[in-house]
Design a protein around this ligand. Structure first.
Ligand code: C5P
Length: 215
């Protein structure tokens, strides 16, 4: 590609983690956002959505900060306005461990398809609980967990966001919006190290991984 813009929604309040805005929680001596910025130092441009009222931290020359929205989707929409890359990679600030091999797979896939996301299999049995009791089990081999980064031609993602806004639809990731356009989204193998730091116990796992991480 000519250019890659990385869009980082980092405007969440980290309610489930209970440690203040999640992007500023430290793991292995740096904030989750610093991990992500280091991983994408190669990109042409990195755009970060911050929680309202949080001052932008010092960052490299390729990084821009914008105020986030009330929902993740709104934060990404704001990041997309003014983004310049031919390809955009949308990556949660809450996933500090970016595996370069997965990024390589995404960039290879998006070049052909215009949209690609990483997935991992479900390790556990998946059920639909019935009023607190064990309910029907779903065939877990038919399901996948979706990670970020998610890669798109910028114009495809922009069109998906416009349509979602016009129809008042929301989604928990960008690929759903692109799929709703009728656009095929390619799947590439993800990596479980790219888990999303969400619950307090995830921090212990992240600390352990930070000790053995090599970039
Ligand atoms: O809440 P969740 O962990 O799913 O958030 C995923 C990512 O979206 C996080 O990196 C969070 O900071 C970001 N986010 C955002 N704006 C919001 C809500 C979440 O940028 N309003």
């Amino acid at each position: 590609f000519a250019t890659v813009s990385v869009l980082v929604p980092a405007a969440g309040q980290g309610t489930r983690l209970g440690r203040g805005p999640k992007a500023f929680v430290r793991v292995g001596g740096r904030t989750l956002l610093e991990w992500v910025l280091a991983a994408f130092a190669w990109a042409d441009e990195v755009r970060v959505a911050l929680p309202p009222g949080v001052p932008p931290p010092p960052a490299a020359a390729n990084v821009r900060f914008v105020p986030g929205g009330a929902e993740r989707q709104e934060s990404v929409a704001r990041l997309l306005e003014g983004a310049g890359g031919d390809v955009v990679l949308v990556h949660d600030a809450a996933r500090p461990f970016v595996v370069p091999a997965v990024v390589d797979r995404l960039l290879a896939a998006v070049a052909g398809s215009g949209a690609a996301v990483p997935v991992v299999p479900l390790p556990d049995t998946l059920i639909e609980p019935e009023e607190g009791r064990y309910g029907p089990a779903l065939d877990r081999s038919r399901y996948a967990l979706v990670q970020t980064p998610q890669a798109f031609f910028r114009e495809v993602l922009a069109e998906a966001h416009q349509l979602a806004r016009a129809e008042g639809r929301t989604a928990t990731d960008e690929a759903q919006l692109v799929r709703a356009l009728g656009y095929p989204v390619e799947l590439v193998p993800g990596d479980r190290r790219m888990f999303k730091v969400t619950f307090p116990e995830d921090l212990a796992l992240a600390e352990a991984l930070a000790r053995v991480w090599e970039e």
